[in-house]
Design a protein around this ligand. Structure first.
Ligand code: ADP
Length: 467
């Protein structure tokens, strides 16, 4: 088995002997433990000098964590700028929120080059390298130019947009040329693969070959959808034991018999939180019987506050929650409990399990792990109902959910009523289908499938055809 090098923007360094938090980090560090490996990326710290050029390493068992501090300027241009104000909104189909500048684009390539320069000497000939997400698309090409010839794979955790949207990016051709340096490219869903294929065809830079592989700028690349999963069984076990969690007990007692509807999302415009609150408001207006009998808990930690669009949305959602409550609340009933905090994994699992309905209604999402966590946490003999946006990657797998269109506010309101009234038989039938799917296709399956494909790829470190 080859040694595994994982590269991601942030490196989840385990603290005080604890395993890293989050299913993805657990799966990847598990794979590295098995084979030996290196996890390389930004440390999360700002370098004191303008030119960051050192790697700090930490050894934990068979895994080396290789950390790079980035300068303030690099962070502003590469991370907050090009990654989060251009690629993130564009890849989530939000052309209206993009902000392209040559300065941030320069920063994006500068940091990718810096990573390649620092990482290349650590890579050995028979290693496999697995690069993650939109921050690092050009990294394989930079590594190839620095002489790295081993197999390199890439996984995109966010959606891949259709060509009419991608071509809004002034440097889309360069970005896609960079993808040709990989041996394997993984997307979340078949739709993302289809969008990529359509782009290659329209721009005349590649196509799908008869053996299923793609040729991109003259290089053969395996491109496939591998939907990311969660640690399904472990999460279900945590949920089953969550009764003695004090936060869960407090929540349960405070419900005094009311049905709980839950939403759990980072505060991000892609999550459709404002539309969801409007749908809940419409539900309260249409379903007068339900008033006073339901509580909608929205647990939403703030994120990326340094990016202007997020600050604006923070205000919009808070005001909306206040307005809906002002209009519908009674002396002893608050319809929306809007909470800007994170909760621990045990409490989160217990809260999902208390809920009769899970609202997962993003306007666009690569996968959405909350949807899978909600399913994993349900009581097998009395499961809640998942209401899921058709625009979440998870909708391609979770056919037992009530699928909604988050732009259709009244339609979503109707689906909330339907979910609350759904009889046990139907709930059981829908939940079992979803649970089976995520139990089999969990995060370990995802990690294994991608790495199997990467290891099976012919070793061909040649560059793409010249420009
Ligand atoms: P994204 O990666 O865009 O934030 P996902 O739904 O794929 O969206 O993953 C979000 C992860 O963050 C999930 O594992 C979820 O449990 C976690 N999370 C989201 N909100 C909270 C919260 N308030 N407290 C704790 N964990 C949270």
């Amino acid at each position: 088995m080859s040694r595994l090098i994982v590269v991601s923007n942030r490196v989840p360094v385990p603290k005080g002997g604890q395993p890293p938090a989050g299913g993805l980090a657990v799966a990847l560090s598990g794979a590295m433990e098995e084979r030996g490996g290196v996890w390389f990326g930004w440390s999360g710290d700002t370098a004191r000098h303008d030119e960051a050029s050192e790697v700090r390493t930490l050894e934990r068992g068979k895994v080396t964590y290789a950390l790079v501090d980035l300068s303030q300027r690099d962070l502003e241009d590469y991370y907050a700028g090009f990654s989060n104000r251009m690629l993130w909104p564009l890849f989530h189909y939000r052309m209206d929120l993009t902000d392209f500048t040559r300065v941030t684009l320069g920063g994006y390539y500068r940091v990718n080059r810096l990573f390649a320069k620092l990482l290349a000497p650590m890579v050995e000939a028979d290693d496999v390298v697995w690069i993650h997400d939109y921050h690092l698309i050009p990294l394989a090409n930079e590594l190839r130019q620095a002489g790295v010839r081993c197999r390199i794979g890439f996984f995109l955790h966010i959606p891949f947009p259709p060509p009419d949207i991608l071509t809004v990016l002034p440097n889309h051709a360069d970005l896609v040329r960079g993808l040709a340096a990989y041996d394997v490219i993984g997307f979340q869903t078949p739709l993302d693969v289809e969008n990529f294929e359509t782009y290659l065809r329209r721009e005349k830079v590649g196509r799908r070959m008869s053996d299923g592989r793609f040729v991109i700028h003259g290089r053969a690349v395996r491109v496939e959808a591998w939907p990311v999963g969660i640690e399904t069984k472990a999460f279900a076990d945590i949920a089953a034991k969550s009764d003695d969690n004090t936060l869960v007990q407090r929540m349960d007692e405070s419900l005094v018999g009311k049905s709980l509807i839950i939403g759990v999302d980072r505060l991000d415009y892609s999550k459709g939180i404002a539309e969801r609150m409007l749908a809940f408001q419409s539900f309260l207006t249409l379903d007068t019987e339900a008033r006073g009998k339901v509580t909608y808990l929205q647990v939403t930690p703030k994120s990326r506050s340094e990016v202007a669009e997020y600050a604006a949305m923070e205000k919009e959602v808070a005001e909306l929650a206040g307005r809906v409550n002002g209009q519908h609340a009674d002396l002893d009933w608050t319809p929306i409990r809007y909470v800007n905090r994170t909760v621990g994994r045990n409490a989160l699992a217990g809260l999902y399990r208390l809920a009769r309905v899970g609202l997962v209604t993003p306007l666009r999402d690569g996968m959405n792990l909350v949807a899978k966590e909600f399913v994993a946490a349900q009581k097998p003999d009395d499961p809640g109902v998942l209401l899921l946006s058709r625009f979440a990657g998870a909708a391609a797998e979770l056919d037992g959910a009530l699928i909604t269109n988050p732009y259709d506010i009244d339609g979503t309101a109707g689906a909330i009523s339907r979910a609350l009234e759904m009889p046990l038989d139907e709930r059981l039938d829908r939940w079992r289908r979803m649970y089976e799917r995520i139990a089999e296709h969990d995060v370990a399956w995802w990690c294994r499938s991608f790495l199997d494909a990467l290891e099976a790829a012919p070793s061909n470190g040649a560059s793409a055809e010249p420009q």
